[in-house]
Ligand binder design. Structure first.
Ligand code: ADP
Ligand code: ASP
Ligand code: MG
Length: 832
């Protein structure tokens, strides 16, 4: 014999209730079917009762919609013209008439009692069970009020276990040898309304608490020795986290009773917490199944697990929690303080769900529900009035607006690195753990965090402990010019591949330009982002900053594909908010040294990344290589490089039939140069790059320290951009003359950036760097001679690479390779 429980959504619509019929009819053994009220009806009944009792005539409309909902259901699911339908209709309306009279009574008396509310609410399950028992042919309806008994305890209805057990056995004609006589026939179906009960003393209608139908089913299963208990609901099983909060939560195959209990107790609403114990006690497996996807395997909760390899099984959470802090140096070493705390709270009916005490005993934090917090603090202030007056203890303090998260798995036991890893990832994401508790059983680690960090906390934990099928990186992309749009294209085309093979989901949650911005937690559709951006409201950098920070999303990365000074100014705050920054923009890394260092330090202390590999050599791995050399103990002694793709292109293209001004124009058109090519021509772009390399090599260098040799007169840089383009051809003749000389000498022009080091006069620092940029004529033997097109080249002389310097060479400009470099930076963050 099995007990099957169908929840509100399972019986909530005509489609789903017909699905229930199907599921029940294919059973090959006797079943007891426990049903909830039609989804939403319990809430409707409670609201209606309160409206009526507060003299609000709107209760009538509420009543009518309840009638309509049930009528509609009967009309569609039971064949018309049958006597079955007529009988059902009559019975349902008899119940509804009773309900109407009760509500009228409430309306006239303007009075509400728990008794009345319990009576009204019981109609939900009474109606649904009547409908289901008629729908399933041959099913027999049993009235739960006759055998489910409660007693009053601490102002609540609690199951009266002994009486219920006796009555259930009697009703179902149970004997140890025969089990339930009522369920002897192979196809027998008994339908029972869940949730409702009666008081063992007064006989008044009561219930087992919201969500209590699960409990009815578990009690029947346990008392009648069912082979299994099946909870049919609207999700594929017990999930790793609440699927409404964690979009990639998935169904867990197996849970132990203990794990299920821990998760349910902390808010995994899928099973009502008291349900677990009766099943555990009688070792009855619980199967969680989806009515809407009956073929899915679901989750099995049982004693012995087949696969117990996972450390963390699931996470759950409750909001509305407060901490009461009991503090004072006078508490240290005093025996009995805890006993006094807990007795005082218990005497006042306050339930404590978390306790964290420092080993010094000078502070104890107690987690209670928000609604109990004030009373709890007052009770404890009173209990310890003497100690507080003497200064041995401080008055109680309350921290509210909190949420508690539970991380559950029996295998966490003896896994020493887990807590460290957990606090590590939370810290990296800027989540402050206000209190934490772990019992010696190590099945549950509970954390208290600020309520507005709950979603992020759950996501971080889910993501980091492989509860997720894939890791998520949430990206904000600023700038959709040549590099930004290429990057988006690359992300779009790699999306599925990365998800499938690298288990990485690159979720673009924000795209911004200097004029507008769009944001979406669930990810922006990259096929249509331009249309969405075009329709988006105007935006500026302040809004961009506030949205990115305000979204407070986990594993987030800000990617700057602009050349904007104002955007670079936002990095510091992003890093401080634990948002990694990837910059194709060179401004920040080449700004003054203290700013550069501050950004790097902030990233370090916050456990996030500030990466800017494409600042030098586009997609070439130059900065990363320098970092790796230093990390392995090498020292950079000299850098010699051609770092301007634009200038190299210009000097490679200049020819008798292609004058200087034309080469500049071509460089601009092909997207090699900066939007304003003067930045390249005056050497500023190369200086920025050289400064960044020197700094990454460990030297303190400012842009002004770089010796600069211009190859064209300063006057060309002073006017407007229009003037510049107009005047540029004036240089053509002179360049052509110089070019012919160079050609005759079989040399080529290269704009070379150089960093040389020498012992310093400064005490404390052993080496200092001298940097310069200049146009040089190199002959055929020089490694820079054959540097084609817009390529870049870097020669690194280090302690290890001294005689034969390391050489990195390749495309040094272009949207595609730069975007790919940014992409590589993104991947390097994903892999930490
Ligand atoms: P029913 O009406 O069938 O009793 P409930 O609404 O009580 O259904 O419980 C199912 C719901 O519980 C799911 O729709 C889901 O939103 C929520 N839920 C919260 N945490 C979890 C979890 N860990 N696993 C599955 N569902 C969960
Ligand atoms: N109908 C009740 C509720 O909504 C009981 C249940 O669904 O389990 O709380
Ligand atoms: Mg439920």
């Amino acid at each position: 014999m099995k007990v099957l429980k169908f929840g509100g959504t399972s019986v909530g619509s005509t489609e789903s209730i017909l699905q229930v019929k199907k599921i029940v009819e294919v059973q090959t053994e006797p079943v007891i079917v426990v049903v909830s009220a039609l989804g939403g009806i319990t809430d409707n009944l409670i609201n209606m009762a309160h409206e009526a009792a507060s003299g609000n005539s709107s209760y009538e409309a509420a009543f009518e919609s309840i009638v309509k909902r049930h009528d509609q259901m009967i009309r569609t699911i039971i064949p018309t013209g049958t006597s079955r339908k007529r009988t059902l209709y009559r019975k349902v309306h008899a119940l509804l008439d009773e309900l109407k009279n009760i509500c009228q009574g409430l309306y006239l008396l303007k009075e509400m009692s728990t008794n009345m509310e319990d009576t009204v609410v019981s109609y939900g399950e009474r109606l649904s069970s009547l409908i289901v028992s008629t729908l399933i042919e041959g099913a027999v309806l049993y009235d739960a009020r006759l055998f489910m008994k409660t007693e009053q305890k601490g102002g609540k209805h609690m199951l009266a276990k002994t009486e219920t057990e006796q009555l259930v056995k009697k009703t179902f004609k149970y004997s140890d040898s025969l089990k339930s006589e009522v369920c002897q026939s192979k196809k027998s179906v008994v339908v029972v309304p869940g949730f409702i009960a009666t008081d063992v003393v007064t006989g008044h209608v009561t219930n087992l608490g919201r969500g209590g139908s699960d409990y009815t089913a578990a009690v029947l299963a346990a008392v009648l020795g069912a082979d299994s208990l099946e909870i049919w609901t609207d999700v594929d099983g017990f999930m790793t986290a609440d699927p409404k909060v964690i979009s990639n939560a998935y169904a867990i195959d197996e849970l132990s009773y203990v794990e299920a209990m821990e998760l349910c107790n902390f808010g995994a609403k899928v099973v009502y917490p008291p349900t677990i114990y009766p099943a555990f006690h009688k070792n009855i497996p619980i199967l969680i199944k989806n009515t809407f996807n009956a073929d899915a395997p679901g989750t099995i909760i049982r004693d012995k697990l087949r696969d117990n390899s996972r450390t963390i099984k699931g996470i759950s959470s409750i909001t509305g929690t407060s901490l009461i802090n009991v503090t004072g140096l006078g508490m240290v070493g005093i025996i009995g303080i805890n006993q006094r705390i807990f007795s005082a709270l218990a005497k006042n009916g306050i339930s404590v769900f978390l306790v964290a005490q420092a080993s010094s005993e000078s502070s104890t934090s107690i987690g209670v529900r928000n609604e109990d917090a004030r009373l709890a603090a007052a009770v404890l202030d009173n209990e310890f009035a003497k100690e507080i007056a003497m200064g041995e203890m401080n008055p109680m303090s309350i921290i509210d607006g909190l949420a508690t998260v539970a991380i559950v798995g029996e295998n966490m036991k003896g896994n020493p690195g887990l807590a460290g890893q957990l606090f590590g990832v939370l810290g990296r994401n800027g989540i402050n753990v206000i209190a934490a508790a772990q019992g010696a059983s190590e099945t549950n680690i509970s954390l208290v965090v600020r309520k507005d960090y709950l979603r992020k906390t759950l996501n971080v934990i889910h993501d980091s402990f492989f509860l997720s099928e894939y890791k998520v990186l949430n990206l904000f992309i600023c700038g959709v010019g040549t590099v930004g749009s290429k990057l988006i294209e690359q992300i779009r085309s790699q999306y599925e591949e990365l998800k499938e093979h690298s288990r990485l989901k690159l979720n673009v949650v924000g795209i911004a330009t200097s004029r507008s911005a769009v944001f979406s937690r669930d990810g922006i559709d990259l096929d249509h982002y331009r249309e969405v951006l075009a329709k988006a409201p105007a935006s500026d950098n302040q809004r961009l900053h506030d949205e990115v920070v305000g979204m407070n999303i986990f594993n987030s990365v800000f990617v700057d594909c602009t050349a904007s000074k104002d955007v670079a100014r936002l990095y510091q705050s992003f890093l401080e908010h634990n948002i990694s920054v990837i910059a194709a923009n060179k401004i920040a890394a080449s700004s003054d040294y203290t700013n550069y260092m501050r950004l790097k330090q902030t990233a370090l202390t916050r456990g996030v990344k500030f990466r800017f590999e494409t600042n030098v050599g586009a997609g070439l791995p130059i900065i990363g290589t320098i970092g790796d050399l230093l990390a392995s103990g090498d020292r950079i002694l000299r850098i010699e490089a051609v770092l301007s793709g634009t200038l190299n292109f210009i000097f490679n293209t200049i020819a008798a039939d292609c004058p200087f001004s034309e080469t500049v124009r071509l460089a601009k058109e092909r997207g090699y140069s900066e939007p304003d090519p003067r930045i390249d021509l005056c050497g500023k772009d190369v200086i920025r790059k050289l400064v960044i390399l020197a700094r990454e090599a460990g030297y303190v260098v400012e842009q002004d320290d770089v010796e600069k040799h211009l190859f064209m007169p300063q006057a060309f840089f002073d006017g407007s951009l229009d003037d510049f383009w107009k005047n540029l051809p004036q240089l053509d003749a002179d360049f052509e003359q110089r070019r012919q000389v160079l050609d005759a000498e079989k040399k080529r022009w290269r704009f070379v950036a150089k960093m040389e080091t020498q012992p310093t006069a400064d005490e404390g620092k052993d080496m200092e760097a001298r940097c310069s940029v200049s146009l040089q004529a190199v002959d055929q033997r020089h490694p820079f001679y054959r540097l084609e097109g817009s390529n870049n080249i870097v020669l690194l002389t280090t302690e290890r690479y001294r005689e034969y310097p390391m050489l990195i060479q390749g495309y040094g400009a272009g949207a595609g390779v730069t975007a790919a470099g940014v992409f590589a930076n993104i991947m390097s963050i994903a892999n930490i």
